[in-house]
Design a protein around this ligand. Structure first.
Ligand code: NAD
Ligand code: WQD
Length: 340
């Protein structure tokens, strides 16, 4: 029985990954500061899987806490989700982002080295590519992160890469997620953003539920088929399965020290595609208006996810319809998220 430490495991992507890990027999220990998540997530995980993961409330920057976790649990591998992820906030508060995302990861890696746990899957982001020269984006595309958040992901990728050069025992997977959306199909787990959502799908859900009157679509003058920006939306359950595939791969005897893979669907959808698909599959109107472009937004990008398929044996299978249906199912069952 493999025991996995999941930092940030009560968050959006982490919680879905814990469910998938537990459902195939892994034991999970979650370390989360609850800075952007709620302990109630653990009850939902238990309801879905019949198993309760250990939750340690703690910060990845707290070395003593990490040492205690590794001493108390016989951890085999780590999946490192913990971090801050709001692009605009990172521009206002760069030190907070570098401290949490970069210093936090260094502290985690030092504790892992001491405990002789040297297998890690890291949550990177397509944001490291910035505005790409073309799509689909291969892993070899140059890095052009445009925010402290994106730069923090690029820095951690460098640190992890250096670590694999320094010591042949490390097995590292850098997974670059595109735009994660959707929810567990039960409707019991999903994305629960604090305050007014910045991201498209949570905002669309809140328009559908009547919490906001209108969706502002940022820009309809992009050089795309319908003029609205295109992204590679990926279902969070597909993403969770991508982590399982990475873990399986890293423990293979022939696994290289470093594995880098995009996790996306290899296709782009426009903002209008999301809005019209959501309205159609959920039979709910989404009033919208076009407003100016959002500063910093890239016109269009999507993944070349062939490497994940060839190396990890993983491919996204869920459609935009699934993403819209599951997001709305979560929203209607939990109008105020995990509280209420
Ligand atoms: P999330 O905010 O829902 O989850 C992150 C979790 O980490 C939260 O539960 C939060 O409480 C916890 N956390 C934050 N700082 C911590 C710290 N210092 N110590 C311990 N716990 C801490 O975010 P998510 O969407 O699930 O993202 C997970 C990871 O994936 C993040 O690293 C994020 O940067 C990355 N990522 C997310 C997206 C996205 O659009 N959601 C895209 C690409 C990459
Ligand atoms: C998608 C599209 C908006 C809200 C962000 C981060 C990125 C990654 C994923 C972590 C864009 C448009 C949005 C709204 C809109 N996260 N939109 N009205 O910006 O592609 O990526 O999340 O690594 O780093 O930047 O995602 O969901 O915010 O926007 O028209 O109210 O929807 O302009 O074209 P984005 P998003």
């Amino acid at each position: 029985m493999q025991k996995i430490l999941i930092t940030g495991g009560t968050g959006f992507i982490g919680s879905h990954t814990v469910v998938q890990l537990e459902s195939i027999g892994y034991e999970c220990v979650i370390l989360d500061s609850l800075a952007n998540s709620r302990p109630a997530v653990v009850d939902r995980i238990t309801k879905i899987t019949g198993k309760t993961p250990v939750l340690v409330e703690g910060d990845v920057r707290d070395r003593a806490c990490l040492d205690a976790v590794f001493a108390a649990h016989d951890i085999d591998s780590v999946i490192h989700f913990a971090g801050l992820k709001a692009v605009a906030e990172s521009i206002r508060e760069p030190l907070r982002y570098y401290d949490c995302n970069v210093s936090g990861t260094i502290t985690l890696l030092s504790a892992m080295a001491k405990a002789n746990v040297k297998t890690i899957v890291f949550s990177s982001s397509a944001t490291v590519y910035g505005e790409p020269d073309f799509s689909p984006i291969p892993e070899s595309a140059p890095f052009r992160p445009a925010s402290p958040y994106g730069k923090s992901k690029a820095m951690v990728e460098s640190i992890l890469t250096d670590l694999t050069v320094s010591d042949p025992a490390w097995r590292v997977a850098l997974l670059r997620y595109f735009n994660p959306v959707g929810a567990h199909p039960s409707g019991m787990m999903g994305e629960d953003p604090a305050g007014i959502p910045n991201n498209l799908m949570p905002f669309v859900c809140q328009v559908a539920s009547g919490r906001h009157k209108t969706l502002n679509i940022f820009g309809n003058d992009y050089p795309t088929a319908d003029g609205t920006a295109e992204r590679d939306y990926i279902h969070v359950m597909d993403l969770a399965e991508g982590h399982l595939a990475a873990l399986h791969y890293l423990v293979r005897s022939d696994a290289p020290r470093l594995t880098i893979a995009n996790l996306g669907t290899s296709r782009g959808h426009s903002v209008l595609d999301v809005v019209t698909t959501f309205a159609r599959v959920n039979n709910t109107p989404i009033p919208y208006q076009f407003v100016a472009r959002r500063p910093g937004d890239v016109p269009a990008y999507w993944a070349d996810a062939t490497r994940a398929e060839q190396t990890l044996g993983w491919k996204a299978t869920r459609s935009l319809e699934d993403m819209c249906r599951d997001s709305w199912n979560w929203q209607t069952q939990n109008p105020t998220g995990y509280i209420g």
